[in-house]
Design a protein around this ligand. Structure first.
Ligand code: ZN
Length: 81
């Protein structure tokens, strides 16, 4: 992970603006969901991408009982029942 060289201050509501250039580079758009990771001294923001609940696969997804699941996992589940 490399520094963007940008320093921003957190506002009164705890918000921080992600620089436009960074959003553009990563294809982050208004209202996109971002997952927040934190450890003792850093915070990482990651774009939430649709992925299989079980294996993390991002292709051939279908919605099953409100969860995303890939065709491979779906077939495995189906076969075992
Ligand atoms: Zn899967």
């Amino acid at each position: 992970m490399k520094s963007t060289g940008v320093i921003r201050k957190i506002d009164e509501l705890g918000r921080i603006v992600i620089p436009k250039e960074v959003r553009k580079k990563l294809g982050i758009n208004i209202k996109d969901p971002m997952e927040i990771y934190a450890d003792s001294n850093s915070i990482t923001l990651r774009k939430v991408e649709d992925k299989c609940t079980f294996c993390g696969n991002t292709k051939d997804l279908i919605e099953f009982k409100g969860k995303l699941i890939c065709k491979k996992c779906f077939d495995e589940l189906y076969k075992n029942n």
